[in-house]
Ligand binder design. Structure first.
Ligand code: DX5
Ligand code: ZN
Length: 217
């Protein structure tokens, strides 16, 4: 079976020991480091911002996958790029000028991602799918770690995979929220390429082997 890319979310890490958490990810088989940015407006929670992203990047030996759960992302993508983001994902629901936002991110030299909330239909991306490097399918409502996986996600991933194949695009499908050992295989079978996991990795007794288990599920 095709192996997924694994992107542990540092939102669930011990912020008082961020350096050693990032060093643990460096030693692990994680592919990307998922960085969740929340503004308290687009989502009902505040996480951290540009200086913390820059601090993570100072220790990270893997690409930073920055998930912007913020309004007006166009005002901040340059700063997150300078802070070390390799990919920048904006929310469909926060971007009335999504095509422009994607071009802006690509011009910076970053991979461009678009995130879909659980209620947002996949086919809204049909006219733009070839321009997108990553579609991030939210499998919980954005804003918090540790929530329960929404089962409807499987159908959305299958539909998205068909759309991507039909367009002949290389767009990656990333799943974010409630990912664990019990749903990882079905998600990969449905077409997922990248699995984000926060609590499942960082709250486990041995995060390095949990990451490897997810990769080899
Ligand atoms: C939720 C964030 C997720 C979160 C996932 O708004 O986008 O990346 O960290 O955490 P878990 O894996 O605990 O659901
Ligand atoms: Zn995320």
């Amino acid at each position: 079976m095709k192996k997924p890319l694994i992107a542990p979310s540092v939102l669930a890490s011990d912020f008082a020991n961020l350096q050693s958490e990032v060093e643990m990810l460096n030693r692990s088989t994680a592919d990307w480091i998922h960085v969740d940015i929340m503004d308290g407006i687009f989502v009902p929670n505040i996480s951290f911002g540009i200086p913390v992203t820059e601090a993570i990047n100072r220790h990270a030996q893997k690409p930073l996958d920055v998930h912007l759960m913020i309004e007006k992302p166009e005002n901040y993508v340059k700063a997150f790029h300078e802070a070390g983001a390799a990919s920048l994902t904006v929310h469909y629901e926060a971007c009335p000028h999504l095509h422009r936002n994607i071009q802006q991110i690509k011009e910076l030299g970053c991979k461009a991602g678009v995130a879909l909330n659980p209620h947002t239909k996949v086919d809204l991306l049909a006219d733009i799918i070839q321009d997108i490097d990553i579609v991030l399918v939210m499998s919980v409502n954005p804003g918090f770690g540790g929530q329960k996986f929404i089962e409807k996600t499987y159908d959305k991933v299958k539909e998205l995979k068909e759309m991507i194949n039909l367009a002949g695009s290389n767009t990656l499908i990333e799943i974010d929220g409630g990912v664990n050992q019990n749903n990882a295989k079905a998600l990969i079978d449905a077409g997922a390429d990248v699995l984000v996991a926060g609590s499942f990795v960082f709250k486990s007794n041995d995060p390095v082997s949990t990451i490897s288990d997810l990769k080899n599920v």
